[in-house]
Design a protein around this ligand. Structure first.
Ligand SMILES: CC(=O)N[C@H]1[C@@H](OP(=O)(O)OP(=O)(O)OC[C@H]2O[C@@H](n3ccc(=O)[nH]c3=O)[C@H](O)[C@@H]2O)O[C@H](CO)[C@@H](O)[C@@H]1O
Ligand SMILES: C=C(OP(=O)(O)O)C(=O)O
Length: 426
């Protein structure tokens, strides 16, 4: 078992380069399956979700060549094998194989997705979209079977604003006959990234980034070259870590507009955020002010930064309330933060944080990706050494985390620990 160790108390200083966005990468990789000729995706992050997706494509017979952050996918020998168990269960975004394979083959059998356990994460809106396009949905041994004679463009109103459903319907509809309209669509930057690659392949998608998206499907799509947008959640995590350590960090290779909700909240706390064309400088202050945060779909404050923000607010002088309007039980980090000295109560879908409480290093468990990010932020703030277990969750979404943090002056390292029960037996 791997453990991430952090010696806290050092201000982060310097420049950190942000990688390609995880949530774009895991949609763009399956999007390549829709093209009949090779597609090249650039600026891929070196993270576990991307490694797993590469294996999934190879199981489908795609030829994948990778040189660092550049991946070429050739679908010449693609076969539509059912993917029911194994890797599909290890990430959330395996659900995009449903839309991509349905679009390409008019049929798909895909196991129910995994990913972070944040409470119930249904995919009813994805399936409603596929049905509206003409697919029948059935279930077999923990997998969803989708099958259609033809996919025909239609109007779909999403009952909840869903990133995954919006992208999944775009994938399938880009190979449907005629026009599909998605109403109440999600507006996240990753959706625009997917529309951009599909348009470069020959589809015609209009309105991505607004709540009405029109997709004019094509009989065939061809390969293209596409660079992934920067990861706004990775960037936001470093912004929070800079503020949490009272540091001075330039977050490079970002689209500042994507980070406005985080910049605004940090400024409300008294932190300085300077904006340049493709970078942000965050300068911490000795005492931050308490704030309330409510997560919302983009352009609201992202749920994926709620957990790291909670760790930061333990240093605020007063009471802060963080409410997650997207996931009702995304609070598994709270118990672990308490072990480090935080005073936080969970009330319904809110965390009430009483600050300022100094944090002490402890052994804590990352139960999901951003819980892990929250514990890393807490570890950087804490006195002494923090040991974070469950590192595999963090590796799903942060490229070279220790290397990037240590370049900023942190002291973090990873150790391999033999299972405790085994040690006790000896
Ligand atoms: C791989 C990926 O991109 N993951 C992101 C994506 O997840 P994901 O695509 O799973 O999240 P959604 O945007 O779909 O979920 C938003 C809300 O809608 C609900 N819902 C969703 C679909 C559905 O069919 N029915 C339904 O009720 C969910 O339970 C949740 O409460 O967006 C989330 C919200 O920004 C982020 O936290 C995740 O990092
Ligand atoms: C919830 C997240 O990821 P996923 O949807 O892949 O589980 C996340 O990136 O914070």
């Amino acid at each position: 078992m791997e453990i991430l160790k952090i010696k806290g108390g050092r201000p982060l200083r310097g420049t950190v380069h942000i990688s390609g966005a995880k949530n774009s990468a895991v949609a763009l990789i399956p999007a390549t399956l829709l093209a009949d000729t090779p597609t090249v995706v650039e600026n891929l992050p070196d993270i576990r979700d991307v490694h797993i997706y590469r294996e999934l494509l190879e199981r489908l017979g795609a030829k994948v060549r990778q040189d660092g952050s550049v991946m070429e996918v050739d679908t010449l020998n693609l076969t539509n094998v059912p993917l029911v168990n194994g890797n599909v269960k290890q990430l959330r975004a395996s659900y995009y194989l449903m839309g991509a394979l349905l679009g390409r083959f008019k049929e798909a059998v895909i196991g129910m997705p995994g990913g972070c356990n944040l409470g119930p994460r249904p995919i009813d809106q994805h399936l409603k979209g596929f049905e509206a396009l003409g697919a029948t949905v059935s279930y077999e041994q923990g997998a969803v079977r989708l099958a259609a004679e033809r996919l025909v463009g239609c109007r779909i109103y999403l009952d909840v604003v869903s990133v995954g459903a919006t992208i999944n319907i775009m994938l399938a509809a880009s190979r449907a006959e005629g026009q599909t309209v998605i109403e109440n669509a999600a507006k996240e930057p990753e959706i625009i990234d997917v529309a951009t690659i599909l348009n470069a392949m020959g589809a015609k998608i209009k309105g991505a980034g607004t709540d009405v998206i029109r997709i004019y499907g094509m009989n065939a799509l061809s390969g293209c070259r596409h660079p992934i947008i920067p990861d706004r959640i990775e960037a936001g995590t470093y912004m929070i870590a800079a503020a949490a350590t009272k540091g001075d960090v330039t977050i490079d290779n970002v689209i500042p507009k994507h980070l406005e909700p985080i910049s605004a909240k940090l400024r409300e706390m008294g932190v300085t955020v300077e904006e340049k064309e493709d970078s942000l400088r965050v300068v911490g202050v000795d005492a931050i002010r308490p704030v309330d945060i409510k997560t919302l779909p983009y352009p609201g404050f992202p749920t994926d930064l709620q957990q790291p923000a909670t760790a930061l607010l333990t240093a605020a002088d007063g009471t802060s309330i963080v409410t997650d309007n997207i996931y009702s039980s995304r609070f598994k980090h709270v118990d672990e933060l308490r072990r480090m000295g935080a005073q936080i109560k969970v009330e319904g879908r809110s965390a009430v944080i009483e600050g300022a409480t100094p944090l002490q290093g402890a052994r804590v468990k990352a139960t999901d990706l951003r819980a892990g990010a929250a514990l890393v932020v807490a570890g950087l703030m804490a006195e002494g050494i923090t040991e974070v277990t469950g590192v595999e969750h963090i590796d799903r979404g942060y490229e070279h985390l220790e290397r990037k943090l240590n370049l900023l002056g942190a002291e973090t390292w990873r150790i391999e620990e033999r299972a405790r029960s085994f040690l006790h037996q000896k």
